[in-house]
Design a protein around this ligand. Structure first.
Ligand code: PAF
Length: 280
């Protein structure tokens, strides 16, 4: 595996690989890698001849009161994990390399980014879409892989690729969970034992709703109130930010939780904000 830290070196490799007729697969990450990321890399390998991963903690997607400074980092471990997961090139640029000091062009999305996480994380998706568009121009992939755990992010990237005509195939990879069901996340490292036990209820209520819906009780209003009631009873210290039942592509709320619908939840456990979801 080769490590690259400048845009010029990354673009030179991308041009070389494309000229050789190789299909380039890309997995952008913010590092502190876990099994979830490694599954994205494996999927990229299935779709491409050459795999590029990036590790870049993108400052523009963190709000002023969010965890940019505390965001967990372990570059030595990330390097090892990428190398053992078959990554060919690891791109880890500095913030100065990615953002020119007077940069003034951003990618904004007006519809899908306003609800769910966008409602409380103002500017977050502008930061995500801008950095992903920039990384796409740096890595020039044929295919890029994103995790379903960030369902709104995945929907927004698909929309950006469609609306801005990026010639890139987007593959969305299923959520990877711990054996007890907790969705893998770099932020799980913040959780105390008690908080982790409460956090498990995010997945449990999603499973309950999916089961109810599969048994025919698919009215969104009832499902949502049952989920809220179960959380209030079993995990009272979870501070639920939203639970929503939406169309998985348009992210518009739907009345019935039928096949293809996304049930998404966000909650704070102590100071840690967690998200999870299920697609029926
Ligand atoms: O999902 C993430 O880790 C980040 O939002 C991404 C896509 C790497 C952009 O910084």
């Amino acid at each position: 595996m080769k490590t690259l830290s400048t845009v010029a070196a990354m673009q030179a490799v991308a041009r070389e690989q494309r000229a050789a007729g190789h299909r380039v697969g890309f997995v952008p990450t913010m590092g502190f890698l876990h099994e979830g990321h490694l599954s994205l890399m494996q999927l990229a390998r299935e779709h491409a001849d050459v795999v590029v991963a990036s590790v870049f903690v993108n400052p523009t997607q963190f709000g002023p009161n969010e965890d940019l400074d505390q965001y967990p980092r372990n570059m030595a471990r990330d390097l090892e994990l990428c190398a053992s997961s078959g990554v060919d090139y690891l791109f880890c640029p500095s913030a100065e390399e990615v953002y020119t000091p007077d940069c003034s062009v951003y990618v904004d999305e007006d519809v899908l980014s306003t609800g769910l996480c966008g409602a409380s994380r103002s500017g977050h998706f502008r930061g995500v879409l801008t950095v992903v568009a920039k990384l796409f121009n740096m890595v020039m992939p044929d295919v890029a892989v994103f995790g379903q755990k960030d369902a709104q992010q995945a929907a927004l990237i698909q929309r950006m690729v469609r609306d801005l005509n990026f010639p890139i195939e987007i593959v969305v990879s299923p959520i990877v969970r711990e054996p007890d069901g907790l969705a893998m996340s770099s932020r799980n490292t913040y959780l105390s034992v008690d908080e982790r036990a409460q956090a498990l209820w995010l997945h449990r209520v999603l499973k309950q709703a999916a089961l109810q819906a599969s048994e025919g009780a698919d009215g969104s209003a009832v499902l949502l109130s049952d989920m809220r009631a179960l959380l209030a009873h079993e995990a009272p210290s979870l501070d639920v930010e939203y639970i929503e039942i939406v169309d998985a592509v348009s992210l518009v709320p739907v009345e019935s939780a039928v096949s293809g619908v996304l049930i998404a939840i966000a909650a704070k456990v102590g100071k840690t904000r967690l998200i999870d979801n299920v697609i029926l």
